[in-house]
Design a protein around this ligand. Sequence first.
Ligand SMILES: [Zn+2]
Ligand SMILES: [Zn+2]
Ligand SMILES: [Zn+2]
Length: 150
Amino acid sequence: MNILIIIITFFSMEALTWVIHRYVMHGFLWSLHKDHHDKSNDSKVERNDYFFIIFAIPAIVMMYYGKTHGFNGWFYIGLGVTLYGMAYFFVHDIFIHQRIPFLRNTQNPYLLALRRAHKQHHKHLGKEEGECFGFLWVPYKYFKMYFKKA
Ligand SMILES: [Zn+2]
Ligand SMILES: [Zn+2]
Ligand SMILES: [Zn+2]
């Protein structure tokens, strides 16, 4: 049952992150996300990294609460959020933006589709317009582009 909670949380996080990216990061917290779209500064840390802290705090609180209450469901929800955060960091920050050089020349169609779609997201430099707000799931046409070739 616990593994099911983790899996459901993980996939719900992708949906939640889409909404947050679309309406919060490109909304009232644009001031924190802006430098992620502005590639004129090439410093190693971005204000956008605050979002990791913003997501980590509730995850830690849920895991702590769950742990001190006999490892109830909250622990596994917090764990699902944490695992999603790790996957997000790995895919978005390391793989797509190459903050650490890794898998740059991958031929994996899933990864290529994600990267292509996110680069499309970055074509928009402003707050208002945009597309491809997901991270681990993107519009189907991008998968079609690469899975056909594979
Ligand atoms: Zn964005
Ligand atoms: Zn990005
Ligand atoms: Zn972005």
